[in-house]
Design a protein around this ligand. Structure first.
Ligand code: NAD
Length: 432
């Protein structure tokens, strides 16, 4: 693994964007040394008895990047491509994301190298509980708080919190967020990521005095985040003209796509179709089928990557026509694409655009610790406050320094982290 890092890994690539921002924020040598390295890295073997009697030992990880601003926070990913290098990179991004929105958490991430689609429900439960037994000492409500990520969900978070409680013989709901509401989860967590991005887009439109009803939008990825952002924008009159999922996309040049109707049919038929439904009756609207690559290149005002990483690359960056890109996916643009697009388009970067999820996770942790549960209206109001504050902070810095929003977001987050490091003393202070 160390070799992969030396030879230019995902972790090193992620840090390239941060290094670019360092031209615009004065970080001391001390701060750089602390921010560059993970605080602790845990690799575990997780033995699980499979349904056919075999014993499998899965590999799992948990990385704390640092806890400068509070206990570490980050999701748990189940995917066959999970590596320590990837988990380190995601923990670093979580540190930056929490610092951008100003929530009192450091960055962490966890994962298991597994294809959950090949496990039975019972095997999935055994694996999830065994993972918690393996990392038990590494997590806790004042230490490190996991949450869902790719291919983990609220039921899995419920199993994990339950296993933690059994080991500790105490009920500690604040140890994990993204739990079902009936087990101490927060209202509003389901669409929090999309809603956070929605509040930012609304603020951007207000700032630029854009006529929202005239704006056209394409969304890549029609999962949790992609569906909710399309639905929220559609309800406000934005014209959703392109949508895609892993199997391909649909585009309507003159019409508008109705996210609810399309989701209804997708759940039934397993694929996207250009339909408009009233009750149970669905009509086909004028549209054409397009590929996943074509969705990114549509002639729209706003492009929202909400699928997976590395979709916008040096190869297709020049073909993007949207003037605004709002990154809901983590790392949808490679460093090469970012460099090409940086001064040509407005990019609302992932660490700002998709921070709504971790912000509502923070609200869940606060509610669990207080034993006092919020209404949905309160969750939305507080989420809007955090997202708009972060957006205003980042855009002001971008305007002041004449830099792009990604660079500004990293610089803004680094400023917060720097102040926490320097509050404990600097080299100058100790050099008497
Ligand atoms: P999801 O699994 O619910 O949805 C992903 C969607 O992307 C699916 O519809 C899938 O079909 C589609 N997809 C996969 N490969 C694709 C491709 N090549 N082209 C087009 N579509 C493709 O996941 P999600 O929770 O919606 O997360 C989406 C992205 O947002 C991820 O990058 C995730 O890390 C990021 N994110 C999500 C949250 C959250 O709270 N859900 C928070 C922060 C960041």
């Amino acid at each position: 693994m160390a070799k992969a890092i030396e030879s230019g890994s995902i972790f090193e690539n992620t840090k390239k964007l941060f290094h670019h921002a360092l031209k615009h924020v004065k970080l001391s040598e001390d701060a750089l040394k602390i921010l560059e390295k993970p605080k602790s890295v845990l690799e575990v073997g997780i033995p699980v008895r499979m349904d056919d009697g075999r014993l499998e030992v899965f590999t799992g990880y948990r990385v704390h990047h640092n806890d400068l601003l509070g206990p570490t926070k980050g999701g748990i990913r189940y995917h066959p491509a999970v590596t320590l290098d990837e988990i380190k990179s995601l923990a670093f991004l979580m540190m930056m994301k929490c610092a951008v929105v100003g929530i009192p958490f450091g960055g962490a991430k966890g994962g298991i190298t597994v294809d959950p689609k090949h496990l039975s429900r019972k095997e999935l439960e055994r694996l999830s509980r065994a993972y918690i037994r393996a990392i038990y000492e590494f997590i806790g409500p004042d230490v490190d708080i996991p949450a869902p990520d790719v291919y983990t969900n609220e039921m899995i978070m419920g199993w994990m919190a339950d296993e933690y409680n059994k080991i500790s013989r105490k009920l500690t709901p604040a140890v994990i967020t993204g739990k079902p509401v009936s087990l101490g989860g927060s209202l509003g967590r389901d669409d929090a990521t999309a809603r956070g991005a929605y509040y930012i887009l609304k603020e951007y439109a207000k700032k630029k005095k854009l006529d929202e009803k005239k704006l056209t939008v394409a969304v890549q990825g029609f999962g949790n985040a992609g569906f909710h952002i399309a639905k929220l924008l559609h309800a406000d009159g934005y014209r959703i003209v392109g949508l895609s999922d892993s199997q391909g996309g649909i585009y309507t040049k003159n019409g508008r796509l109705d996210p609810d109707s399309i989701m209804k049919v997708k759940q039934h038929k397993g694929k996207l179709e250009g339909v408009y439904c009233v009750g149970t009756v669905c009509d086909i609207i004028d549209h054409k089928k397009i590929s996943n690559e074509e969705v990114l290149e549509l002639p729209v005002d706003i492009l929202i990557p909400a699928a997976i990483e590395n979709q916008i690359t040096g190869r297709n960056a020049g073909k993007i026509k949207a003037t605004l890109i709002c990154e809901i996916a983590n790392g949808p643009a490679t460093p090469e694409a970012d460099e090409f697009l940086r001064n040509k388009k407005t990019i609302i970067p992932d660490i700002l655009a998709n921070a709504g999820g971790v912000t509502v996770s923070y609200f869940e942790w606060v509610q669990n610790r207080a034993g006092n549960y919020w209404t949905l209206e309160r969750v939305h109001k507080k989420l809007k406050e955090f997202m708009v504050n972060a957006f205003n902070g980042v855009t002001s810095l971008a305007e002041e320094k004449k830099i792009d929003l990604r660079t500004a977001a990293y610089a803004y987050a680094s400023g917060r982290l720097l102040r926490a490091i320097e509050a404990k003393g600097t080299t100058e202070y100790f050099r008497e």
